[in-house]
Structures are given as structure tokens and as C-alpha cells.
Design a protein around this ligand. Structure first.
Ligand code: ADP
Ligand code: MG
Length: 724
């Protein structure tokens, strides 16, 4: 059998692929299925006793503590609803620090002794679960003798039914804590941070004469992903095990023609997207836009924004749903930040705003001086926050896989700066220049008196090179990776806003106490913030080399790799922020630091072992066979009395030697002593293992361009990206 049999078979299988029959009524209006599998407010209102319903809603809307006595009533209603929906099991769903979704399934049915079973689901089972938590990362928070953690019902996120071919499951979103109350998940800190932000935002709103209700943060994540045929996926051990290709030449036709972006969506992909959207609709996840992305085989889906904690849960469900439905359609959905070297990577833009029902979106400029002033204050809070805690924002999106993206010429740089747009930047400059005492002269703007110039809502020509951009009525944080949860960035955003709003409220209160007029007090605090933190505002090209130099001059951090970024988690300023607002204890921050280091080290180790294995068993053998073929050819020519030219053989041999040396070196590096501390191991991975892998890949990729195609077993970039 020839070396490329796997590839040829894969291509044949793709050719012969027949899409699955449509499994639903295409005429059914999406509205009819929206939220049908969600235990949402409407269902609760119908099924819960009035006082129970009111108590639960109070917890959801106002964050008040859950009254434990209502749990039994809610559990009973939830169970009945779930049984009617065909559920046989229930599961506490949580988001451990692996970044994945974890579920522990239990049956509703318990034997009752007379040979029958009864569907049981008590309030205490709803409120608390005890998964065997010893195998989830905890960064030393749980000593082995106390390996238990527990899951606690997150009332703010609705329960839902997960459908699967062999039965349905009632899923209960939960938080995951250690027995001593420390957070072991991504959601707990987000809930704590939103609470902290709300308290401070309400203080500021009250100073503006409002009677605010609870302020929440909203998040609209844009998810980029790749789709490739599963036949190719299964023939690539690297994609299968590491989520990205560790070998592979850039395709001759890449994204240089720009013909994929917003181009027609291939029919097969469209079929998959429609089915995925239906599934998301059933779960009450408002999937909205879909389009092709820059790279061939790359796509995007963006649900409508929701409360950050709900958006975070929904985002995880969305990723699971896309993966499942893609497989139903014979495709693999890839969320890695850089699955194909040299091809555009995938991000997850986190659009966010803060607001409430009464005062609306606080990042909306408004159209009168009063609203403008309030907007400018909240906007200034973002400026201060991003400048002061840029390091924390950077670390919230740090991972081995996102390192391939940040700083390359496609994603924002690792330097965290803010883009305000020309007009808004100008407004802030005028304020900074004017201060409180200036009267209105040309080029100054008096807060609370003058109306701001109209800011383009959602400007079309907006800067795409900035990691943190104002886009008309929200900010867009573009650094998060496609595979990451939005919970960590939203936690940091809320935490740092809590601090900035606290600062602003204190300043305003102090000025007012001194008898300063309110608008003058605002002008003062805005000018002060611009003076101290204006350096973070940058409207230019974030991809340029000049920016790297300029940013350094401005004293902005440039943490290029995860290894550079992670220590930000244990910086005294970071810990102080998180402790002050009750979001993380110092212990929790240290544990997260350890877990992140460990994950970094492990993921590089997996890639290195895979590189060694694939290089040795797939790439090298193909090259050697080809080398032998060439040598046999020369010998045959010589025997026939023809003077064969050995150029090909010589160049193949040179690369084979290069590969062999690189493999030996990588093997040596993997066996070497990387030190005993996790920090040493992480540094070793960055400075020694990654370059050693790179050398193997470089030789392997050169061979791909010279070895006879019929000997090459790995599906090529061209095949994976262009055959769908
Ligand atoms: P882009 O032009 O950046 O690709 P998309 O339409 O793909 O924009 O996605 C924009 C995202 O921003 C959507 O998820 C949308 O719901 C979200 N969004 C819009 N307004 C707000 C807001 N006020 N707060 C938070 N997110 C928002
Ligand atoms: Mg966007």
C-alpha cells in the first residue's frame, strides 16, 4: 500500500459524503423552539408557587441570598418539568480550571424496595452536589486528605435539558468550590466580580442623582472556529491530540485573495450552521450572526450579548454544540487559537458593556450634556482600569495556544492599549487640557454644559489592531483566544472597573464635601485620570514596529508569552485588587498561578512528544523511502551507462540529515532535567522545548515540498482547508 493511501481514502470519502437528512421541520419558525429546553422565568412563573417564584427572581435580579427553604419547591417543579421533557438523569454542570465543561450525571430514579423506582429530586440535591473532585486542578488548595469539593446551584443561570440520542439530562449550572469555600472554577470569581462592580457603579450613579438598580456586566462573544472534514482530522494525530498541526506547509493558495471573508458559505457548512443554531435556540442561546472568516475553512458565530455570567455559560454550551453538530455533519470543529501555522488564527472577541434597566447602557454616550458627562465618567473608569491592570487583562488570556496568536500580525499585540476613536480621544484630550478652571475657549469642552460631538455608532472603519477598542456603545476586548472561556476576562474587567469606579466615587465625594460644583468635580477627576492613565490610549496601528517602541516609552507592559504574563497573577497589586473587592483570596490567586503554569508545561510537553513521534514514524519514513527510491534510480541509470544527476538525492539527504539531527536534539531536550520548580519547567519549555520542536517542524515542512506526494501520509493544509 502506498504511503498516501490514508489521504486518498479521505478525499474519496469526502467526495462520497452525503449530508444527513434534515432532522427537523424547516418551516417551523425559530421563535417556536426558542428556549423550549430551558427552565426559564416563564416556566418558573407557571410552575412555582408565587412566593417561591418571587424569592428566586429576587436572587436572580438583585443578587440577594437564596432562601434555602424554597429549594424543595423549585426542585420538585424542575423535576416534573424535566421528566415531561424526557429526562432520566440530572447533572450538576461546572467549569473547572481546565477550561472545559464538567458534568456529573445521576439518575432521578431510586429503587423503593417493592421492586419499583421513584423519581426523586430533593432540594438539597438541587442546591449541592459532591463530585469526586480530586482529579480537577486545584493548585494546592485541596490537600489530598480533603479531596472533596462541592458544586452549588447557581440560581442566576437557568437549568436546561441536554438532548442526546439515548436520553435527556437535566443540567443544573453550578459553581465549584473546595470544602473550605475556595473557588475551584471560573464562574465563582465572575459572580463575585460582578457584585463588586455593581456596588461601585451604583455609588457613581447615585452621585449623578439617579436611583439605580443593580448594575450588571453584559458580554457578547464572537466565536471564530475552523471546520475541516473529519476524515482528514482523524488522519492527523497532531490535530487529534494537540488541537493544532505540528507539521504542514502553508497552502499555495492561502488567504491572499481575500475571497473567503464574507464569501458565500459552502452548502455543507451552512447545513451544519443551521442545525447548530436550532440546537442553540432550543437552549435559549441567541445565536445571531454567522459568516466566513479571513482564512479558508474559518467561520464565526456571534450570539447576542447577555449578562456576563449567562454569556459565559452559554459560550461553553455553544462550543459543545458546535462540536457535536459538526460531527453529525462529518466535520470537526476546531477551536484552537492557531491550528494551522501561517494561516489566520482564531480569537473570541469579548464585547462588553455595563448597565441596568433604569439607567440603560452606561457606555452609551447619550445625546445631552448630563448623559454625556455620565458616559465620560464610566469611559474614564475603563481607561484607568485598563492602564492600571493591563497586566491582569493580559494574563486572563494567556495560554500556550494563544501565544501563537497574540503579537503576530493578525491579532492584537501583547501590549494592552485602548482605542477610543478620533472624536472620543479628542474629547478626552480637551478635558485633560482644560481642567475645571478653564472657561470655554476654542478646543475645550465643559463637562455637563456642552454636548459632545456625535460619536459614530459602530464606526465602519474601526481600528482592528487594538486589543481593547471602543466601538460606539461598548468595548471590544480582542485578545481572548477562541478556545478560552469568557469568564476569566470578564472577571478581570469587572474587578478592575470596581476599583476605578470606587476611585472616581471617592474623588467626587471628596470634591463635593469641599463645596466644588458637581460638573467641575467631574471635570477634575476626568482630567486627573487622563493625566495619570492617558498613556494607555492609542489610536494608531497596533501591528506596527513603531508601536512596540512607543509603548515601551510609555511604560506599557509588553508580555509576549504566557511565561512572561503569568507572574502578573501574583503581583502584589493584583492580589491587593482581588482581595479588596472580595473576588479572590491571595491563596486562590496563587493556586491559579500554579495551575496555569502546570497547564502550560503540560501542553508544551504533549506537543513535543507528538512532534517527536510523528517526525519519527510518519515524516522521516516517507523521506527515507523517497531517498531510497532516488538512490535506486541513480544506480539504475549508472547501470544503463547514463550519468545520473544526483542533485535531488543530495538535497533530500541534506534535509533528512537535518530532520534526524533535530529529532535527536528534541529527544535529548525531552530527557533533560528542566528543574524542579514549575517556573523552571515553564521557562525551559519556552526557551528550549519550543525551539527544538520548531527545528523538527522546519525540516519536516521542507521535506513535504520535495518528497513524492504518493509517499506522504499526512493530509496537507491544502486538502484540509479547501476540501469541505
Ligand atoms: P463585529 O463587527 O465586531 O464582527 P458582530 O456583529 O460580529 O460584530 O458581533 C458583535 C457582538 O457585540 C455581538 O455579540 C453583539 O451582541 C455584541 N454587542 C452589541 N452591543 C453590545 C453591548 N451593548 N454590550 C455588549 N455586547 C454587545
Ligand atoms: Mg468584533
Amino acid at each position: 500500500m502506498s504511503g498516501n493511501a490514508v489521504r486518498l481514502q479521505a478525499i474519496q470519502d469526502v467526495e462520497a459524503y452525503v449530508p444527513p437528512a434534515v432532522s427537523f421541520d424547516v418551516n417551523e419558525a425559530p421563535g417556536a423552539i426558542y428556549g423550549m429546553n430551558v427552565f426559564n422565568k416563564a416556566v418558573m412563573q407557571r410552575r412555582l408557587p408565587k412566593n417561591v417564584y418571587k424569592s428566586v427572581i429576587d436572587t436572580i435580579e438583585n443578587g440577594s441570598k437564596l432562601d434555602p427553604t424554597v429549594a424543595d419547591a423549585v426542585a420538585a417543579a424542575m423535576r416534573d418539568w424535566a421528566l415531561e421533557k424526557g429526562a432520566t438523569h440530572y447533572a450538576h454542570v461546572f467549569y473547572p480550571l481546565t477550561g472545559f465543561t464538567a458534568e456529573k450525571h445521576d439518575s432521578f430514579f431510586e429503587p423503593v424496595g417493592d421492586g419499583t423506582t421513584l423519581a426523586e429530586f430533593a432540594g438539597k440535591t438541587l442546591i449541592q452536589g459532591e463530585p469526586d473532585a480530586s482529579s480537577f486542578p486545584n493548585g494546592g488548595l485541596r490537600a489530598t486528605f480533603e479531596a472533596r469539593g462541592y458544586t452549588g446551584w447557581d440560581v442566576t443561570s437557568p437549568a436546561y435539558i441536554l438532548e442526546s440520542p439515548n436520553g435527556n439530562t437535566l443540567c443544573i449550572p453550578t459553581v465549584f468550590l473546595s470544602m473550605t469555600g475556595e473557588a475551584l472554577d471560573l464562574k465563582t470569581p465572575l459572580l463575585r466580580a460582578q457584585q463588586a462592580m455593581s456596588v461601585q457603579a451604583e455609588r457613581v450613579l447615585r452621585l449623578f442623582g439617579n436611583d439605580p438598580d443593580r448594575v450588571v456586566s453584559f458580554c457578547g462573544p464572537e466565536q471564530e472556529y475552523f471546520l475541516i472534514d473529519r476524515h482528514f482530522f482523524l488522519a492527523r494525530p497532531d490535530l487529534l491530540n494537540a488541537g493544532r498541526t505540528l507539521f504542514g506547509q502553508k497552502p499555495p493558495k492561502g488567504q491572499e485573495f481575500d475571497d473567503h471573508y464574507f464569501g458565500a458559505i459552502p452548502e455543507r457548512v451552512l447545513g451544519m450552521m443551521m442545525e447548530a443554531e436550532r440546537e442553540l435556540f432550543k437552549l435559549g442561546i441567541p445565536a445571531k450572526t454567522r459568516h466566513n472568516e479571513v482564512a479558508p475553512g474559518q467561520f464565526e458565530i456571534a450570539p447576542v450579548f447577555e449578562r456576563a455570567n449567562i454569556a459565559a455559560d452559554h459560550q461553553q454550551q455553544l462550543m459543545t454544540t458546535l462540536k457535536t453538530v459538526a460531527q453529525r455533519h462529518g466535520m470537526e470543529c476546531i477551536f484552537h487559537e492557531k491550528p494551522f501555522a501561517g494561516v489566520n488564527g482564531s480569537g473570541k472577541h469579548v464585547n462588553f458593556s455595563i448597565g441596568n434597566g433604569r439607567q440603560g447602557n452606561l457606555l452609551n454616550p447619550g445625546d445631552n450634556p448630563h448623559d454625556n458627562a455620565q458616559f465620560l465618567v464610566f469611559c474614564a473608569a475603563v481607561i484607568r482600569a485598563v492602564h492600571k491592570y493591563g497586566g491582569l487583562l493580559r494574563v486572563a488570556v494567556a495560554s500556550a495556544s494563544n501565544d501563537h496568536r497574540l503579537g503576530a500580525n493578525e491579532a492584537p499585540p501583547a501590549i494592552i492599549s485602548i482605542f477610543l476613536g478620533e472624536q472620543l480621544a479628542d474629547v478626552f484630550e480637551q478635558i485633560a487640557a482644560g481642567g475645571a478652571k478653564s472657561s470655554k475657549s476654542k478646543g475645550t469642552l465643559r463637562v455637563g454644559v456642552d454636548t459632545m460631538p456625535d460619536l459614530p455608532a459602530d464606526p465602519g472603519d474601526r481600528n482592528r489592531t487594538s486589543p481593547f477598542a471602543f466601538t460606539g456603545n461598548r468595548f471590544e476586548f480582542r485578545a481572548p483566544g477562541s478556545n478560552q472561556s469568557v469568564a476569566a476576562p470578564m472577571t478581570v474587567i469587572n474587578a478592575m472597573l470596581a476599583e476605578a469606579l470606587d476611585f472616581i466615587a471617592n474623588e467626587l465625594e471628596a470634591s463635593i464635601a469641599k463645596g466644588v460644583e458637581f460638573n467641575a468635580a467631574i471635570q477634575d477627576v476626568l482630567a486627573k485620570i487622563m493625566k495619570e492613565h492617558g498613556a494607555v490610549v492609542f489610536n494608531g496601528n497596533g501591528y506596527s514596529d513603531e508601536w512596540q517602541v512607543e509603548a515601551a516609552k510609555r511604560g506599557l507592559l509588553n508580555l509576549r508569552t504566557t511565561v512572561d504574563a503569568l507572574p502578573q497573577l501574583i503581583e502584589p497589586a493584583s492580589i491587593e485588587l482581588m482581595e479588596k473587592y472580595g473576588i479572590f483570596s491571595a491563596r486562590e490567586m496563587h493556586s491559579r498561578y500554579e495551575i496555569a503554569l502546570e497547564q502550560y508545561v503540560n501542553s508544551i510537553a504533549v506537543e513535543a512528544k507528538l512532534t517527536l513521534e510523528m517526525g519519527t514514524t510518519m515524516v522521516l519514513p516517507a523521506a527515507i523511502r523517497y531517498q531510497t527510491e532516488l538512490a535506486a534510480n541513480i544506480a539504475a541509470l549508472k547501470a544503463a551507462g547514463i550519468d545520473g544527476n544526483a542533485t535531488s538525492l543530495k538535497s533530500v539527504t541534506a534535509i533528512v540529515n537535518e530532520l534526524t539531527d533535530a529529532l535527536t536534539a528534541l529527544q535529548g531536550v525531552l530527557a533533560a532535567d528542566a528543574g524542579h520548580e514549575l517556573t523552571d519547567e515553564a521557562k525551559f519549555a519556552l526557551t528550549t522545548i519550543i525551539p527544538a520542536m520548531g527545528a523538527v517542524r522546519a525540516a519536516g515542512d521542507k521535506l513535504e515540498t520535495v518528497v513524492a506526494d504518493d509517499l506522504w501520509s499526512l493530509p496537507t493544509y491544502q486538502e484540509m482547508l479547501h476540501i469541505l
